[in-house]
Design a protein around this ligand. Structure first.
Ligand SMILES: N[C@@H](CCC(=O)N[C@@H](CS)C(=O)NCC(=O)O)C(=O)O
Length: 254
């Protein structure tokens, strides 16, 4: 597909929240610049980056409005909404404002932002990054994540298109996809969720989404599906070190 010129600059890393934006940019056929943020160097906490995202996390995006005003965006859900509002005028991956499907898409987007992301993020934390294994924390967040996967499973079971809302892929799918694709990292198997499993593959089969998931580096989450807990724990060692260091630094701040 020919790329549409834009002034978009994406600041990202290879994470579920990061790739939802690059997958959408590819689905929309937009040109964009990418800066890879290095968590191990805490680049996301540097003053220049805090000017773009005061919350010090990825993804963040800058663009220029049609009247020339520079704009910054942070929070992945807000970035997805901005991109479809502004650039998906033909509703390839969205629905016109005011339709039932438009509001249904928003419901699933907020469901992911307020539920699936935070819960699975905590499951990751307790299962992979905590310095000690606290079983209560692991169980609490894995069970809550599984409950949310059951919600997705039911929705997809009843879907004729195989996507979460209506007859097409939308930002509702893209928001959740990276998280579900990384379920093994949270210690959760998709074996009990056949419709979710098929949806993961359905999205990968789309050339644009497939390209977008490999930004800013190769997406390897799906390969974790065959790994043992011991192998996953070993693979988490490097990230565990920077997560712990970052938490200690934050705790010292007033
Ligand atoms: N609700 C935020 C969450 C952003 C977030 O937690 N990003 C993580 C990566 S997925 C991050 O930047 N972590 C770095 C850090 O915690 O310092 C969003 O959806 O944009």
């Amino acid at each position: 597909m020919a790329e549409t010129k834009s002034d978009i600059h994406l600041y990202t890393a290879q994470t579920p929240n990061g790739i939802k934006v690059s997958m959408l940019l590819e689905e929309l056929g937009l040109q964009y610049k990418v800066t890879a943020i290095e968590f191990s160097k805490n680049t996301q906490k540097e003053p220049w980056f805090l000017e773009i995202n005061p919350n010090g996390r990825i993804p963040a995006l800058t663009d220029t409005l049609p009247d020339g005003t520079p704009i910054r965006l942070f929070e992945s859900g807000s970035i997805l909404q901005y991109l479809v509002d502004r650039y998906d005028t033909e509703h390839k991956v969205s629905y016109p404002r005011g339709t039932k499907e438009y509001y249904e898409t928003n419901s699933w987007l907020f469901w992911q932002m307020g539920g699936l992301g935070p819960m699975q993020g905590q499951a990751n934390h307790f299962a992979r990054y905590a310095p000690e294994k606290i079983q209560y924390g692991i169980d609490r967040y894995q069970n809550e994540t599984r409950r949310l996967y059951r919600v997705l499973e039911t929705q997809l079971e009843g879907s004729k298109s195989g996507y979460l809302v209506g007859d097409r892929l939308t930002i509702a799918d893209l928001a959740s996809w990276g998280w579900v694709a990384a379920s093994s990292w949270a210690g959760i198997s998709l074996d009990d969720f056949p419709n979710v499993n098929a949806w993961v593959d359905r999205v990968v089969a789309r050339p644009a989404s497939n390209k977008g998931r490999h930004v800013p580096s190769e997406h390897k989450a799906l390969e974790n599906r065959g790994k043992t807990e011991a192998e996953l724990d070993k693979a988490a060692e490097h990230s565990r070190a920077w997560v712990q260091k970052g938490m200690q630094e934050d705790a010292k701040k007033k």
